[in-house]
Structures are given as structure tokens and as C-alpha cells.
Design a protein around this ligand. Structure first.
Ligand code: GDP
Ligand code: MN
Length: 413
């Protein structure tokens, strides 16, 4: 689960991590009041969406000026910029072309930046350890730094038995070229951020930029925290920070029905029981030249209702041109699954080719039910056959379109 920047900063502040003072605002009036409360002469108005790249982002509405992060010098300008951002759509490298509507802004006291650095903490699956990453190339995406100048990324893997020790933090501080009091400030920052990571069951804590100010303080100017969904039950206050407006509506509905669903870019909808089988199914679709539209694990006890919900979710995606159902009937019997598929296909008024591969207990009875249903279901005998059939179905669809336009073309002559 993701949260907004201002929420991440609030959590980090609670762990003693240095962050600038700020207030969230939902209206331009609230933004102006926030600026007055904060005092000072320089403020930063920051669009709050669950995506990075806001500073370099653009609002779909041209009138709205440059960027989703703006430094301003009067309370009046805070209100005006907040008014422009609120309910406008911000497009960044991370939002995709459709962008995200800004529904809240964060008003922060301005900060005199001396250096912009990068600090990240994440779980490195290769070492199964929390790894602290730091770089002098703050402000830009770490993926870009990794691709262009990998030697500029410092990595320290933390042994879970000892946890992060001050010497780890100092090692990073020296690596970042910090001097004098900055070293102590950075050490405290890193130790506290690590404690937040562990105690909050985070999967990513990213501070980009981490800045050194003109007065030598080390402060988080941006903050992103991702949480391990499987540990959220231990943190009701964090669960309460969930902003459903920022989440994929299909994934949200799937979660409510206990379905494990992730949208992807392809055109072949997949419905599979078991995460491993779902991944194998996506792999084989790609092997046959197709592209999956989603990952979907309906779980072990796929009831008729669950199957129907899964179908609706897949079909709501306009990219889907064919569906592959790949179910292994172990504890579940294939005949029960076939009945679920047939009734779901009827309920949802299926309009794209449906390929079903069943294997396991009562498989013949299951196939018989599919045949007798009268629905145009393509039955497959094994995984490769299923992939072949569903990819061919999508191709045939593509060819039909091509033929139509070619016919129109020749007809015009
Ligand atoms: P992101 O683009 O979504 O990662 O948003 P950030 O919060 O990282 O802001 C983008 C950039 O705006 C930062 O890299 C800074 O250069 C700049 N910025 C953010 N806050 C301040 C501030 O308080 N003062 C100044 N001068 N610049 C800031
Ligand atoms: Mn940033």
C-alpha cells in the first residue's frame, strides 16, 4: 500500500526524522491558512498524488503553469497555485498519460537547498536483507542513476540480527561526502528512518531528495513509503491512511473479493487458480507471442461467485480481446469449476473468445459441462494448447479487422 508524501513525512517525524514543517490542504482557503500558520516568506505548494516525478510533471490544462511542485513567495500565491493544482490532472513519468487528479496539496515551509542527495531503504530479495541505498545524485529517479552511473549508488545491506548500527549510517554519510555536523545529523536521520522502516513494516522508504540545507541540517524534502500489504493488519492507523481515489478501481474491487488481481498492458485476460500457475500462464502466453492483460489468482476455493466476479473484472478492461481460464482442479472438482465458468459467462454476457483449460479431478465431466453449455467456449487439453488457442483467437480477431479495412480499401477503387 502507498500513502501520500505528507502522510509519510508525518510518520517519519514521529520517529525523529527531520522533515520541514507543513500542512495538508483540500481547498485554496485552507492552503492560505496553512501558509499563514507556518509563517515565513517562502512556501512550497506540492501536489499530493501517489506518483513521483511531480516536480517535472505537467497539468493537462496548459493554463495551469509549470509543474506539480512550486516554490512561491506570498500567501496570495500559495492560494492561487493551490487553486490551479486542486482538481487539475497532473501527468508525470510515473502516472502514465492519463495522469492523476490532484485532490490535496501540501503546503510546506521553504528550504534553502545546498545539496540534493538520495536515500532509499528497501528489501533486497537477492540477499533477503533491508538494503540502504544512497547517492549524491538526488532529485532524479534512482532508476536513471542506476542505468547511467551505477557507481554513484552506495549500497549497504543490513544484517537482521544486528539491525542498522550507527557505523552503517556513518559509512553512508562519508560516502555522500558529508562533513562536520552534517555527519551526525545524517547518522541520526538514517538510524531513525531505519527504525521507522522496520517498525512500520515498510517495503520501501525513499527520500528523494534528501537535502543538506544552507545551515547544515539534513532534511527529507520528499518522502515515499510503501507498506507490506501482508503486515497491514498489524497497523490499523496506517491502513486508515489508504486513499482509495489513488488506487486502481479494478484492483480495489478485486481485493474486496479476496482476489489477487494486477492489471497489465496486454490484451489476453487470464483467470487462474494459484499464483504460481498464474505466473506460468502469463509466461506461456508470452512464449506464444501474446501479451497478458492481467495477473489474476482466484485462489484455492474458487466458488461460482468468485469466478463471476473475476470475469466481470477482466471484462471491464477494454483492452481485453480474449480470455484464458486455466484451472487446476485439486481440492476443487473440475465439474464444479466448469459450472461456475458457464454460469459466469452467461451472467456477464461474454463477447470475447473464451479458452478454458481444465485439469485434475473430474476433468472429463468438467469438459462435458463446457461442451453442453452451448456457449462458444474453446476447450484446451493442456497449457501449451490453451496458450496457442487464445493467442490464435486474438490474432484472428486482428486479421478480421485487417481484412475489413483492406476490403474497404479495394472497394474504393
Ligand atoms: P517529485 O518530483 O514528485 O519527486 O517531488 P519532490 O518533492 O521531490 O520535489 C521536486 C523538486 O522540487 C525537488 O527535487 C526539489 O528540487 C524541489 N523542491 C521541493 N521542495 C522544495 C523546497 O522547499 N525548496 C526548494 N527550493 N525546492 C524544493
Ligand atoms: Mn522526489
Amino acid at each position: 500500500m502507498n500513502i501520500h508524501e505528507y502522510q509519510a513525512k508525518e510518520l517519519l517525524r514521529g520517529y525523529g526524522v527531520a522533515v520541514p514543517n507543513g500542512r495538508v490542504a483540500f481547498t485554496p482557503d485552507e492552503a492560505e491558512a496553512a501558509a499563514r500558520e507556518l509563517g515565513g516568506t517562502v512556501w512550497v505548494v506540492k501536489s499530493q498524488i501517489h506518483a513521483g516525478g511531480r516536480g517535472a510533471g505537467r497539468f493537462t490544462n496548459d493554463r495551469n503553469g509549470p509543474g506539480g511542485v512550486r516554490v512561491v513567495k506570498s500567501v496570495d500565491a500559495v492560494g492561487k497555485n493551490a487553486a490551479q493544482m486542486l482538481s487539475s490532472v497532473l501527468v508525470t513519468k510515473q502516472t502514465g498519460p492519463s495522469g492523476r487528479e490532484v485532490k490535496r496539496v501540501y503546503i510546506e515551509e521553504g528550504c534553502a537547498i545546498e545539496r540534493e542527495l538520495y536515500l532509499g531503504m528497501l528489501i533486497d530479495r537477492a540477499t533477503s536483507r533491508i538494503t540502504v541505498m544512497a547517492s549524491t545524485e538526488g532529485g532524479m529517479e534512482i532508476e536513471e542513476v542506476a542505468a547511467r552511473t551505477p557507481d554513484k549508488i552506495l549500497k549497504v545491506a543490513i544484517d537482521p540480527a544486528t539491525g542498522l548500527q550507527p557505523f552503517h549510517a556513518r559509512q553512508i554519510a562519508f560516502g555522500l561526502g558529508l562533513v562536520g555536523n552534517q555527519i551526525k545529523a545524517a547518522t541520526q536521520f538514517i538510524v531513525n528512518a531505519y527504525r521507522a522502516f522496520v517498525e512500520l513494516d515498510a517495503s520501501i522508504v525513499e527520500i528523494n531528495p534528501l537535502v543538506v540545507t544552507a545551515s547544515g541540517d539534513v532534511v527529507a524534502l520528499d518522502a515515499k513509503i510503501n507498506f507490506d500489504d501482508n503486515a497491514l493488519f498489524r497497523h490499523p492507523p496506517i491502513e486508515a491512511l489508504r486513499d482509495e481515489a489513488e488506487e486502481d478501481p479494478a484492483e480495489l474491487e478485486a481485493a474486496k473479493h479476496g482476489l489477487n488481481y494486477v492489471t497489465l498492458d496486454g490484451n489476453i485476460g487470464c483467470m487462474v487458480n494459484g499464483a504460481g500457475l498464474a505466473m506460468a500462464t502469463m509466461d506461456i502466453i508470452k512464449l506464444y507471442g501474446g501479451e497478458p492483460a492481467n495477473f489474476l489468482d482466484v485462489g484455492g476455493g474458487a466458488t461460482k461467485e468468485r469466478v463471476a466476479t473475476a470475469f466481470r473484472l477482466i471484462l471491464r478492461d477494454p483492452k481485453v480481446e480474449a480470455i484464458l481460464v486455466n484451472i487446476f482442479g485439486g481440492i476443487m472438482r473440475c465439474d464444479v469449476i466448469a459450472e461456475g465458468v458457464v454460469s459466469a459467462a452467461r451472467e456477464v454476457d461474454l463477447r470475447v473468445p473464451l479458452v478454458v483449460r481444465l485439469e485434475g479431478t473430474n476433468v472429463e465431466l468438467g469438459k462435458q459441462i463446457l461442451r453442453d453449455s452451448g456457449l462458444p467456449i474453446l476447450s484446451a487439453d493442456h497449457l501449451a494448447d490453451a496458450a496457442d488457442k487464445v493467442v490464435s483467437a486474438v490474432r484472428a480477431n486482428g486479421k478480421a479487422n485487417l481484412t475489413t479495412s483492406a476490403d474497404q480499401h479495394s472497394g474504393a477503387h
